[in-house]
Write a protein that binds this ligand. Sequence first.
Ligand code: ZN
Length: 405
Amino acid sequence: MRGEEPVVNEALKVRALPEGSYDKLLEFLRLYRDAVQIIVDRIWSIDEKLSRKKLHRLFYSDLVSMGFRAHHAKEIYVNAKNLMESAKNNGGRKPVLRKLSARIDKYDYKLDLDSMTLTLKLHNNYEVKLRLVTPKERVEKFRSWSNYELVVKYEDNEFWISIYFKRIVKLLKPRTVMAIDLNFGNVTLAIYTLDGRRVRLKKLNTPHKKILTHKIWIERIQKKYPKSWRFIKGVRKAIERHGERIRNISWDYAHKLGDLVAELAFKHNSVIILEDLEKLKENNKKGRRFNKRLGLWFYRRIQFCVEYEAMERDLEVVKVNPRGTSSKCPRCGGKLVEDGYRVLRCMKCGFVGDRDVTATINIYKKYISKHSRCGVSGVAPNAPKPDESPSGMQGNKNEAMTTES
Ligand SMILES: [Zn+2]
C-alpha cells in the first residue's frame, strides 16, 4: 500500500579485534552476564507483570553502583526480563547463563566505517576500541543506514559483533508497471505503461525440471527402502545430498531472478506486481493450476528475493489476488479456453493470446483497477466494452506471442 514507508532491518555480523588488551572487555562481558543472572534470579519468583518502570526502580541504582552506565542498566534489566519470560513461556526452568554476550545501546558505542573501528563504552568509564575484520565492501552499503543496537559476543576465543542497521525505504513514484507471472516451468515479466502500452516482455525458464529430477530420486530411494531409509546412514546421506542440491538450485535461481527483476524494474521505474501467494493457496484448493509435486515453497523463495531486491532499490511491490489471471479474458472478462500449446482463446470476443502474456495483462489490470489514481490518464478501465481493445492488450495472436528480451 502507498503511504506507509517500509523499514528494512539487517544485521552485520563481523569478527572484531580489540586494539591492545582485551581484559577490560572480557571483564565487562562477565560482569554483564552476572548482572543479568542476578536479576533473573530475583524476578523469577515474582508473578506480577514487571513494567520497565518497575524494573528501573528495582534495579537501576544497583546496576549503576556496579559500574554500569545508564543505558547498560536498561539493556541488562530488559534482557533479564525477556529471558525470564521466554523461559516461562516455554515451560522451562530458570535460565542459567554461561555465554558471554551483551546487547549494547547506540549511546554506548561509536561506529566509524571509514576507519572500520568500533569504540565500546564499558563499565567504570573504561573504553575499548575494536577493529572490524571484514572487507570494506561489505559495510559500504550500510553507510546511508542508521544503526541502533549491537551485540558483542565472545565465542571460541574470538569477539563477534552484530550491528543492527535499519533504513527507511523511500518509495519511488512508479512510471510503469511490471507484471510477473510465475509458473513452474517459466516466468514471464511484462512492463506496461500506466496507460496500458506494453514496453517490455521477457520470458525465462525456471529450473523446475532439475528440481523435479532430484525430487524423483529422493522418492525412488524412499520407495526402495520404505522403512529403513531413515536409519541407514548411506541411504540417508544420499537423500540429504539431493535435498541439498534442490536447496542450492532454488536459492541460486531465486537470487538471480530477484536481481534481474529488480534491475529491470529500476531501469523502467516500475512498480512490481506479484500474485498473492496466500490467496493462491486458497484458490488452489479449488483449482488445478499447480502441480502438487513442487510446493509453494519455490514461489515463496522467488518472491522473497524479488521483494528483497526491490526494497534495496526503493521499488514498490504490490500483490494482487491471482484468481482468474489465466482463465479470464482481459478484453471482455469471458472465459478463456485452451487453443493449442500455451495459447488461450476467448469464446465470446475472439481474443487470442499467449497464456503467460495474457496472465500478465490480467495482473496488470488488477493493479491498475485498484491503484489508478487521479492524474493517471488513459488507464485501461476495469470492464472494457467487448468491441474495444484496450491499449496494450493485443488481440492479435502474433503480437501477443512475440517474445522480446
Ligand atoms: Zn473476451
